[in-house]
Structure formats: structure tokens, C-alpha cells
Design a protein around this ligand. Sequence first.
Ligand code: HEC
Length: 239
Amino acid sequence: MPRPLLYAFAVLFALSLVPLAFIARARSNHSDKPRIHIIPDMDNQARFEAQAGNAAFADGRGMRPPVEGAVPFQGAQLDDALNRGTHTVLMPPSPALYDELGVEGLFEHSVEVLPVHSFPMPVTAELLERGHERFDVFCAPCHGQSGYGDGMIDKRAAELQEGTWTIPSNLHDQPLREKPVGYLYGVVTNGARSMPAYGPQIPVEDRWAIVAYVKALQRSQDGDIEDVPVELRDQIRAE
Ligand code: HEC
């Protein structure tokens, strides 16, 4: 090979190492300049850091406090009787718990969040009527208009025999009859096992109206002759 060509190759080879040297340098050095950004597509924008000051506001704060009266989305308290149907209960010290943990005297009381036993609003005829109407819209398709768990959707599912349908609970089952109203409110709000949550679709007041109606429905299927006015009892017995 002629000498000049050999030199030329040597120079080209040396030059070909230059980009590698730049890459190695970029990988091992720190820089406070942003990377080279060929298509910026809004990755870098002017902003204020959290907790930083901002002279544009009278109070000098960059982070703005929430507008007065703003309520966080679903930000109700854990023991909010109206929105969650629960209240916080102070439980007496539990000897069983002490034995289990071996820490006698450490806790005086424990605190639990339990379903409420009473309605957070007066139960009026109006509320029950609203509950009846809403129950027929939201619950009856599955649970049936009388609450026995035999709504139209259940009938259809039984016909299809797909094997994926969970039979809706019978609302007249003894355990459900005994549940506190806050528990039923919780089921409507958050769902239960395979039943979906209706909180996102039904406003708070309507959920309570539905619970009031469910209680009335349960009572209506649990009557005896004592519930009938005395003057009508003979007539009913005859029938
Ligand atoms: C899409 C059908 C469907 C709708 C609509 C529906 N439910 Fe249910 N519900 C079910 C099913 C299914 C179960 C049983 C879930 C399981 O056992 O996995 C159930 C269970 C329940 C239970 C028993 C929960 C428990 O702790 O055992 C209650 C109470 C209840 N539903 C009330 C309601 C009320 C009130 C409404 C109307 C707001 C309603 N449901 C709407 C399907 C439905």
C-alpha cells in the first residue's frame, strides 16, 4: 500500500474516535445546562418550585391556598355520618388485645370507625317517597321491587345461564335486616363484593332516602297481626 494512503487511513481512524470521546465525556460529566432538545414539545416550561416565593401575589407565596370554602373531592372525614355513614367510637380497653400483644396498660382506649345507627336527617314521608322512586330506578333492576333479589336483570341472567352472574342479595335476609343504617348506606356508596358502587351516581341525600326506603321495605315484609288496626284484624283473619 502507498504510504500517503496509509497516513490517510491512520488520520481517519484517529478522527473516528473523536465522537466516541465526546459521548464518553457526556456520560461521565455533570452539567447544569439542559440537554440538547431537538423537539422541545413543552417538556421544559417556566414554573415555580413548591414552597418558593412569588412576588406576583400579595402574600408572596408561590403555592396558592385553596379557594375559601373549597371542599376536597370525596374529602369527607372518616367519621362523617352524612357522607360516609360512619362515626368514630372510643372502644374500652380490651384485655384480650393486651394478652395478645403483651403490652398491658399501653393503650387506654382504641378508636374504631363504625357505621351509624341513626339517620343523619329527619326521616319524613317525603324522604321515603324519594327513596321509593330512586330504589325502583337504581336497585330494583337487580334486587327486585320488593327487594327479594329477583329483579329483571336477575331473571334475564337466570335465562342466559352464563354462569357468571352473582344472585343479588335478598334484602329481607335476617343479617341484612339487623344491619345499622350506616352499613346499608356504605353498601350503596361503595358497593359490596360483586355489587358495584353507586356513590358516584347517586347523590348523598338520595342514598339516605334509598336506605330509609329499604328499611321500610324490610319492615313491610316482617309484619304480623299486631301491626293491623284492631278493627280490621277480624277481617284479615277471615281472609
Ligand atoms: C347490577 C345489579 C345490582 C344493583 C343495581 C344493585 N345491587 Fe345490591 N347487590 C347486587 C349483588 C350481585 C349483591 C351480592 C354481592 C355478592 O354477594 O357478591 C348485592 C348485595 C347487596 C346488599 C348486601 C350487602 C352485604 O353486605 O351482604 C345490599 C344491602 C344491597 N345490595 C343493596 C342495594 C341497593 C340499596 C341498591 C340500589 C342503590 C343496589 N343494591 C343495587 C347487585 C346489585
